[in-house]
Design a protein around this ligand. Structure first.
Ligand SMILES: [Zn+2]
Length: 168
């Protein structure tokens, strides 16, 4: 399949979610997201645009309209890009992660285990919940794993990176 065939197929799926003009608007919106990120992802990851598109479409488990949104597919210039998982591990070290809700230090980057209690409830904030990390977390992707897991990940901000004033 070519890029154009896949994009047309995705647009068709978007049109089917709603009739008439709104369906067409949705089709154009998903296409705009895809066309914006493909050249950027291909360049950063070192794969063809077709390979990238196939990888992200393969990972899709829900409606194209909800999946192909800017929030899910930021340009990789706007987030942290690591070549390997080890590279990120080294930076993070053993200092843990800052929970955006209780501001305690969690050893788990996705689920707060800092043990901070408020009103008798222990914080169990999750980086993948509805409100994410309030924009205080770390958004990143790992190049060596991108074709397998072509998405942007979001975790609590590593304490080791707080000095840099990282907010991406
Ligand atoms: Zn917490």
């Amino acid at each position: 399949m070519s890029i154009e065939t896949i994009i047309e197929d995705i647009k068709q799926k978007a049109r089917k979610t709603w009739g008439g003009e709104e369906g067409e608007r949705r089709a154009e919106r998903v296409e705009a997201v895809i066309r914006k990120v493909l050249p950027n992802y291909a360049q950063v990851v070192g794969k063809s645009e077709l390979e990238i598109l196939e990888a992200i479409e393969n990972l899709r488990t829900y409606s194209v309209v909800n999946y192909y949104q800017d929030a899910n597919f930021p340009l990789l210039d706007d987030i942290k890009v690591y070549q390997t998982e080890d590279e990120l591990r080294e930076i993070v070290g053993k200092a843990g992660f800052r929970c955006p809700a209780c501001e305690g230090v969690s050893s788990n980057p996705y689920e707060c285990d800092a043990g901070v209690e408020r009103d008798g409830v222990t914080c169990n904030w999750k980086a993948y919940g509805l409100f994410g990390t309030f924009g205080k977390g770390l958004r990143f992707t790992i190049v060596e794993k991108f074709m397998e897991i072509p998405k942007v990940d979001e975790i609590f901000m590593p304490v080791a990176m707080e000095q840099e004033g990282e907010t991406a």
